[in-house]
Design a binder for this molecule. Structure first.
Ligand SMILES: [Ca+2]
Length: 192
């Protein structure tokens, strides 16, 4: 891993199952298997400190199975910063872009969550007054409404090609509505 790079989180379907239906304290402090291939969440406090210490960019990667072929797609965010717990760990960024080079472009899914406070099943900060969307999605995220995407949700096995209406399913926007097999984020220090 290049210097100054921090894995934020990764969720993938494999036998190394890690539960993401977790309380606030776990999303704050981190959990899971931090090996190279693991399922883990680094912790919002850590990402807050890292991204406020110096400017960072953030990369999202999503693995889809598209007509039988595994395709990893990317989207990039510059000036990515997570606020402290007092502000619900809401995040900002200065710009977003598709990757250059040989990386496949992915759709910007983060803008929909801009300004939202983080939510878990025991801390409801979403915009739905009647429902805890983290409970509906069985995960933790900067949820706004309960019918949106669920990046920390349950990954689908490669045999499931298209996204269903199951709100617990890992999901990220795709123009052809493919289901997500794996999702991850990492942050890295920007060059001065
Ligand atoms: Ca709610």
């Amino acid at each position: 891993m290049p210097q100054g790079q921090t894995q934020f989180f990764k969720r993938r379907s494999d036998s190394n199952y890690v539960n993401f239906t977790r309380p606030w304290e776990d999303y704050k402090n981190g959990f899971g298997n931090f090996s190279e291939t693991g399922n883990f969440w680094t912790g919002l406090d850590m990402i807050y400190h890292v991204t406020n210490n110096r400017p960072h960019s953030m990369q999202v990667f999503i693995l889809f199975k598209e007509d039988g072929i595994l395709v990893r797609r990317w989207h990039f965010y510059t000036g990515f910063k997570v606020s402290s717990e007092n502000y619900g760990y809401n995040f900002t960024f200065s710009s977003s872009a598709s990757p250059g080079g040989n990386k496949n472009p992915g759709i910007d899914g983060m803008s929909a969550f801009l300004g939202a406070r983080f939510s878990t099943y025991d801390v409801d900060n979403d915009n739905d007054n009647n429902t805890n969307c983290a409970n509906v999605h069985q995960s933790g995220w900067w949820f706004t409404t309960c019918d949106g995407y669920n990046p920390t949700g349950q990954p689908q096995p490669p045999s499931v090609q298209y996204k269903t209406s199951d709100p617990t399913q890992l999901s990220w926007p795709h123009s052809l509505n493919y289901s997500s097999i794996s999702f991850g984020m990492f942050v890295f220090a920007e060059k001065n």
